[in-house]
Structures are given as structure tokens and as C-alpha cells.
Design a protein around this ligand. Structure first.
Ligand code: NAD
Ligand code: TYD
Length: 340
């Protein structure tokens, strides 16, 4: 058995990764270390093989908690734990610095102290800033790091500490930078689940600015598979940009959701733009395709349908979130109430 240590595994992408790895690798056991912040949800882990999956509640910023949970000679750390929402980082950045930067450094220290074989940092394409519209430019591994939001700045800072651990101490590191994920179990503050859950409740769909910002969407399982390949085949000290070559304007995404749900476009409500709103993200995935032999397996149309189906079938999951602290966040951020 190989033991891997996954942080943030009760969140959206971390839980998809844990599920995929357990299903596809009978010789792997997972320690899933998560602080269960507003975004962490034990319901995301229901049905996993308990014999090979151990959940530990803990904070990556607290050295004692990390060191107590991380065994000597662990095969790999996969660091998903983060504050992940751009709008929240605009409202208050300190939590992002703490978790995303300090937390990553605590894990890097632990990796050295406990002789962990490989450290995989889950980063984001947003560290590269924004691309011009209607341009053939893409983010590649050599694109400059020029983050624009406090969230992206904290993820970029974390990447620098990962690089420093590799260069200074020879920690075996891999950094992955993926585009916008969508799929089951994504917290409804993010564009796609927010629009699905509002549309299911016949509530307004708040689109920022002119709705023409472009994101490069990837189905979460495709991302999880790419991370695993980067861990297995990636070269130490390298970064890998992950994307499914699927650029969409926000307004197109929102209209597609309404169409699949059979709801009217009149639910769309244009609202004030996000501060510093990045215009376009687009990833050149040539390196993961050629070096790792990865390619996306899920088309946009089938991934969106699967995602909408999951939210339709799991309305209790959505309601429990919409009836919790998210309700106040929503009112505060959008100046509108949501239903149950
Ligand atoms: P998420 O917000 O759904 O989940 C984050 C998880 O981390 C939660 O379970 C939370 O409880 C946990 N966590 C937060 N602070 C913690 C702490 N101090 N200690 C331990 N656990 C803590 O996020 P997500 O969308 O699943 O993103 C996961 C990772 O992938 C993040 O690092 C994010 O930057 C990166 N990423 C996300 C996307 C995307 O589209 N969502 C794209 C590229 C990269
Ligand atoms: P989001 O899901 O927050 O991801 P990110 O900011 O990391 O790309 O937002 C995706 C896009 O959708 C982004 O251009 C902002 C836009 N958006 C809206 O138009 N309305 C919303 O209510 C939200 C949350 C996002």
C-alpha cells in the first residue's frame, strides 16, 4: 500500500480526486486532511471505501496538526486546501494569505521533515493574470506570473514557496495550474453551480458586467486525472498547465444552463462588474498532452448535462448549503435574498 496525504479533500476538486484515486488504484490509501471550512463538506465523501480512506479534521496552517497527521515516508502530498473564491478574496484577503501561503509553507516544511517523496501543489491558471479578448494568446508554463486578484496573488505566492523548496532544499515538487473546473459538488458560490441552483429556484441569475468574460472550462474528473498523471509522470520542479481547450463567454454558459433546465433567458440579470475582473483565461495544454499523455475525456455538452443532473438529483445537498451561512454571504454580496 502507498499512503498519500490529500489536503482539502472535503472540497469540490479534492473530493473528486479522492474518489477517482481510490477507484482506480487498489494499492493506494488516503489520509484526507481538511479543516472543514464553509467550503468543506463531509457529505462529499459519502460512499468512499473506509478501509483505504481516513478523514482527519485539521488545519494546514497549524504545524502540530499537520505533523501529527502526516506519517514518515508518505508517498506524496497533494495540496488542494485553499480559500478558493475570488469574490471573497476581494472582500477580505487575509484568510487567503494565511491558508494559501502560510498553509502551503507548513506543508512544505512537513514534507521535508517527514521525508515525503513528492509534493504536488494544486495551483491555478489565474496566477498568469488576464489575456486579451479575441486574441490567439494562451497561458503556457512559461507565461509570466502576474496575478490580478488577491486570490490569484496568494496562489502565486504559494507557487513561489514551492519553487523555493525545490531549489533550496531539493524537495521533489510538481505544480499544476488548471483552468475553471465544473462538475458535481462544487460550492454554489461559483458561477456554474450558482446559476444552476438559482435557475432551479426560478431566481435571478446575476451576470457580472457585460457577461463577455471568457473562462476555459474543464470537467472536474478530467482535472483530477491530469493531477494524478502529473504526480506519476511529471518531472521534479516542473509546472503543468491543464486545460480542455474549451473557452466560453460567461453569458453563453449561463444561457446553456437555462436551456438544459428549460428555463427562460429572462431570469438573467446583469449586475455590477467584479472589481479587477480578469477578461479572459485560456490554456495551452500542449505540455500535459505531449509529456503526460493526458487529454480531456468529457465534452462540454456532456459534462454540463452530468453536472446539471447531479444538482437536480441532489437538491438536499444544495438546500442545506443555501439554508446555512451561504444565505448571508449571498445577501451581503449580491444585495438579494435567495430562497431555500
Ligand atoms: P473548495 O473551496 O471547494 O475546497 C477547499 C477545501 O479546502 C475545503 O474542503 C476546505 O474545508 C479546505 N480548507 C480550506 N482551508 C483549509 C485549511 N486551512 N486547512 C485544511 N483544509 C482547508 O476549492 P476547490 O474548488 O475544490 O479548489 C481546490 C484547489 O484547486 C484550490 O487550491 C484551488 O486554488 C485550486 N483550483 C481550483 C479551481 C476551480 O475551478 N475551482 C481551478 C484551478 C485550481
Ligand atoms: P467564478 O466561478 O467565481 O470563477 P473565477 O473567478 O475563478 O473564474 O467566476 C467565473 C466567471 O463568472 C467570472 O468571469 C466571474 C463570473 N461570475 C458572474 O458573472 N456572476 C457570478 O455571480 C459569479 C460568481 C461569477
Amino acid at each position: 500500500m502507498k499512503t498519500i496525504f490529500v489536503t482539502g479533500g472535503a472540497g469540490f476538486i479534492g473530493s473528486a480526486f479522492v474518489r477517482l484515486v481510490l477507484e482506480e488504484n487498489a494499492d493506494v490509501e488516503i489520509i484526507n486532511f481538511d479543516a472543514l471550512t464553509y467550503a468543506g463538506n463531509l457529505e462529499n465523501l459519502i460512499g468512499l471505501d473506509d478501509a483505504r480512506h481516513k478523514f482527519v479534521k485539521g488545519d494546514i496552517c497549524v504545524k502540530e496538526e499537520v505533523f501529527a497527521a502526516l506519517p514518515e515516508n508518505t508517498e506524496a502530498i497533494f495540496n488542494f486546501a485553499a480559500e478558493s473564491h475570488v469574490d471573497r478574496s476581494i472582500a477580505s484577503a487575509s484568510e487567503f494569505v494565511l491558508t494559501n501561503v502560510l498553509g502551503t509553507q507548513v506543508l512544505l516544511d512537513a514534507a521535508r521533515a517527514k521525508n515525503v517523496r513528492r509534493f504536488v501543489q494544486i495551483s491555478t491558471d489565474e496566477v498568469h493574470g488576464s489575456l486579451p479578448e479575441d486574441d490567439n494568446a494562451f497561458f503556457s508554463e512559461t507565461s509570466p506570473i502576474q496575478p490580478n486578484s488577491p486570490y490569484a496573488a496568494s496562489k502565486a505566492a504559494a507557487e513561489h514557496f514551492v519553487r523555493a523548496a525545490f531549489e533550496t532544499f531539493g524537495v521533489d515538487t510538481i505544480t499544476t495550474r488548471c483552468g475553471n473546473n465544473y462538475g458535481p459538488r462544487q460550492f454554489p458560490e461559483k458561477l456554474i453551480p450558482l446559476m444552476i441552483s438559482n435557475a432551479m429556484n426560478d431566481e435571478p441569475l446575476p451576470v457580472y458586467g457585460d457577461g463577455r468574460n471568457v473562462r476555459d472550462w474543464i470537467f472536474v474528473e478530467d482535472h483530477a486525472r491530469a493531477i494524478w498523471l502529473a504526480y506519476e509522470k511529471g518531472r521534479a520542479g516542473e509546472s503543468y498547465n491543464i486545460g480542455a481547450r474549451n473557452e466560453r463567454q460567461n453569458i453563453e454558459v449561463v444561457k446553456s444552463i437555462l436551456d438544459v433546465l428549460g428555463k427562460p433567458h429572462s431570469l438573467i440579470k446583469f449586475v455590477s462588474d467584479r472589481l479587477g475582473h480578469d477578461r479572459r483565461y485560456a490554456i495551452d495544454a500542449a505540455k500535459v498532452e505531449t509529456e503526460l499523455g493526458w487529454e480531456a475525456q468529457t465534452t462540454w455538452e456532456s459534462g454540463l448535462r452530468k453536472t446539471i443532473e447531479w444538482y437536480r438529483a441532489n437538491q438536499d445537498w444544495v438546500s442545506r448549503i443555501r439554508n446555512g451561512a451561504y444565505r448571508d454571504y449571498y445577501k451581503n454580496h449580491y444585495g438579494m435574498e435567495i430562497g431555500a
